[in-house]
Ligand binder design. Sequence first.
Ligand SMILES: [Zn+2]
Ligand SMILES: [Zn+2]
Length: 394
Amino acid sequence: MTIDFRAIAEAMREELVARRRDFHQHPETAFEEVRTAGIVAKELQQLGLEVQTGVGKTGVIGILDGDKEGPTVLVRADMDALPVTEANETDYVSQTAGKMHACGHDGHTAVALGVAKLFSQHRDKLKGRIKFVFQPAEEIGAGAKAMIADGALQNPKPDVSLGLHLWNSVPLGKVGIADGPIMAAPSIFEITIHGKGGHGAMPDETIDPLVCAAQMVMAFQTIASRNASPFDQLALSVTQIITGTAKNIIPDSAYLSGTFRWFTPQIRDMVDKRMREIAEHTAAAMGCTADIQIAHQANPVVNHPEVSGIVRGAFKKIGIDEADMLHERTTAAEDVGEFMTDIPGMFFFVGSANEERGLNYPHHHPRFDFDEDALPLSVALLSAAIAEYVVEDE
Ligand SMILES: [Zn+2]
Ligand SMILES: [Zn+2]
């Protein structure tokens, strides 16, 4: 390899940490990433990239053209924070009450800027181009779609999409990889059951929507256990039942909501169909009616086996052994899948947990934090993966 990614990334450590801590202190939630996007755009301009701002509201695209022709590699980093009040007591704690980088996107933004810097200094070795996509609003599943609607996948259309997530389910030094589906797609449902309210002491004069809701919740359990194959992956959870006002009143209606997570469109369609059948017929059996709404919010994140094979090879070249590459999948969702639907891609997890230092709280927890040694490693891993496509062999 002509470029020593590990050494360059390691030399960047202080800069990566400083940048990440700055973002961490100034978290911005979905579509409000104005300060963050401003810093990103300015840095990319200084590095000599061609920069577009306001893509999908607050998104930024930076294109680094190589000296020679070749493929286009899309690199995606998300910039948004979460509506959580930070409970950590570090000297880089969030300065905004109610907002926090509790998912590590501060790190992702710093890492992608590091990668842009690294390659901007090796333009002479680039064939093709790197399209850096700094995305807003990942946490509400809307940013990728907004950027794509604004043309993020055109001019030029990428040949391959790459991205990473710092991941506290994996220890520092390890990488989490899956060669097919790696993150699930989220669907949400809302059901309103209509009955006939009345006195709790005279149930015979009512049509009880609450008993109907209870039956429906139990009947939904059979979708994962009896309709999906034991070899399929599916999570289905009813997470809310809202009904009733008093101990002696049978309510008029009951509201249920929840989520299901899937990896293939076949499972998505099966669950959609079975939920509607169960809701409708359970309601009918109990003398009620049910309005059901199901929304499929995003695509699963599915790694292209050929791309993941190439990326595994790249990781080995920078000293990551097969034993350090763990098989990791999650039913959590990520809208990076939108950039990988028609374009072969690879999304991987960089282990960021350090149990000894107490840096192992789960993502979205008010005490979430990660081991910053994962930052230079992330720059090296992502750069090595990109290089497979756009760095000229000697
Ligand atoms: Zn998150
Ligand atoms: Zn995230």
